[in-house]
Design a protein around this ligand. Structure first.
Ligand SMILES: [Zn+2]
Length: 483
């Protein structure tokens, strides 16, 4: 072992020791953020998202980052709400050191039904080594991973090995509704050589993972109207059609008998899986029983989609459609009534390479034309975001695999995730190198198969969270050495 190796090992040990000393402080900061109900969805108070942005700004500033500020994002017009992001940086590593952009988001999904939670969603609560709460994992733990990595370096060394910019978005959970404005307004401010996104998952607890594939997203709202007021179902039902039944028929036609998307033409631009991708899927060793258990699938419920296709391919590389909202009378307060109208929100996950605007247009067009009985249909298009696919090779990816493996003490695996993070693709493209190739986007995360992100009883595995913080501290050194 050369003296330089010994010095590097000692520096790493020091980084690890400082981090471990500081985890209680980071834990307290995480709990403070979780207590702010920063739900970005329409219908929730936007003041909370702003309060969350300000809390994140203060946190970044208090941990040694500079130029911390709330970034206002331009709204689309009067009545439109754009939730603020947060920025901070530390740029004293010198012009020869790479610049790394650290991304996470501070907004959260709505909590869902209170009964689904074993403890209140915005009261962080520890049980069996996990911290429960909305945003405890997705993605406030990701915010703190960045904070903890920077903090470990500044406490241990008084400096960072790379230039760092931090962007904490406030609208990720609503499909980054004003991403164009964020890109137009701040691409120069955020410019970097590599992006580290801490908003994904690990394959298993204790198995660090780098996500190289995410599905895209398209959605819309659909309203079906048949009457100008509701009617007694006995006095009118029969000749007068039921708009809610019409809605159910319309929605049922969006998938085939296996549950695969049946919107005409929608799957036409799904590309086939490459050999390298197939090899990566096979290397993960999919365990159907474990998958069913994680999902909480009841006995006898069959997995959806084309049974001939690998389940992970169906999960990561095929489109899928979900009805995520339905406005109809509640059973408890229902009466014998034909309702005048019904409303639904339909969400598509898109395969790598699918054109999101095309997919959204096909979905909207189909809904407009396929309602039975001449019912009136009004469709409001929503998000349209392409999938993210990285070629996980080259120095930045190798640096990330090494850092993850060293921090967790287990080799890192390459995986896909069926969800979407709209930020990545446009910013990786905007920071393309001189040869036109996108900036490497390293997608790590703190979720695991038991996290239930977006669901009730969302939780964070505290052991993996500590390892994720350490991995990012190591990653900054690996990137400094290899870029
Ligand atoms: Zn997230």
């Amino acid at each position: 072992m050369t003296p330089t190796d010994t010095a590097a090992i000692t520096a790493r040990e020091r980084l690890r020791d400082v981090l471990d000393d500081r985890m209680a402080v980071h834990r307290a900061a995480l709990e403070t953020l979780v207590r702010i109900p920063s739900v970005s969805a329409a219908g929730f108070d936007p003041v909370e998202v702003r309060r969350s942005a300000e809390a994140v700004r203060d946190l970044l500033e208090s941990r040694g980052l500079r130029n911390a500020r709330v970034l206002e994002v331009a709204a689309d017009g009067p009545g439109d709400v754009a939730h603020p992001a947060v920025y901070a940086d530390w740029l004293d590593a010198g012009p020869d050191a790479p610049t790394v952009l650290l991304y996470a988001h501070h907004d959260v999904q709505p909590p869902g039904a209170d009964e689904g939670w074993s403890s209140p969603p915005f009261t962080p609560t520890e049980r069996d080594g996990r911290l429960y709460g909305r945003g405890a994992a997705d993605d406030k733990a990701g915010v703190i991973v960045h904070v903890a990595a920077v903090d470990a370096w500044l406490e241990a060394q008084g400096r960072l090995p790379v230039n760092v910019k931090v962007i904490i978005e406030g609208e990720e959970e609503i499909g980054s509704a004003h991403l164009g404005a964020l890109l137009d307004g701040y691409a120069d401010l955020l410019r970097a050589d590599v992006i580290v996104i801490t908003d994904s998952a690990n394959w298993k607890i204790g198995t660090p993972s780098l996500t190289y594939l995410l599905r895209g997203l398209a959605d819309c709202d659909v309203e079906v109207r048949g009457l100008d007021h509701s009617l007694h179902s006995g006095m009118y039902g029969g000749p007068v059609p039921d708009p809610l039944t019409g809605m159910v028929k319309l929605l049922a036609g969006l998938t085939d008998d296996t549950g695969a998307v049946a919107v005409p033409g929608l799957a036409d631009d799904v590309r086939s899986v490459t050999e390298a991708e197939r090899a990566r899927l096979d290397a993960l060793g999919f365990d159907e029983a474990a998958f069913r258990a994680e999902a909480g699938l009841l006995d006898g419920v069959v997995l959806g989609g084309d049974q001939e296709v690998h389940p992970l391919e169906r999960l990561w590389m095929r489109p899928n459609l979900t009805i995520i909202g339905l406005d109809a009378p509640a059973v408890a307060t229902s009466s014998n009534t034909l309702v005048a109208s019904a409303r639904a929100r339909v969400s598509l996950r898109l395969a790598p390479g699918q054109d999101p605007v095309r997919a959204r247009d096909l979905l909207c067009g189909h809904l407009e034309s396929a309602a039975p009985w001449g019912l009136h249909v009004q469709v409001t298009p929503g998000a349209a975001v392409g999938a993210f696919v990285a070629d996980p090779r080259g120095p930045a990816f190798e640096a990330a695999l090494r850092a993850l493996g060293d921090a967790y003490g287990q080799p890192a695996v390459l995986m896909g995730v069926g969800g979407s993070i709209p930020f990545i693709e446009p910013f990786a493209q905007a920071f393309a190198g001189p040869d036109g190739s996108p900036a490497p986007a390293l997608l790590t995360g703190v979720e695991d198969p038991d996290t239930r992100a977006h669901g009730t009883d969302e939780s964070l595995h505290l052991g993996d969270w500590r390892n994720a913080c350490l991995a990012e501290a190591y990653l900054l050194a690996e990137l400094a050495d290899s870029l």
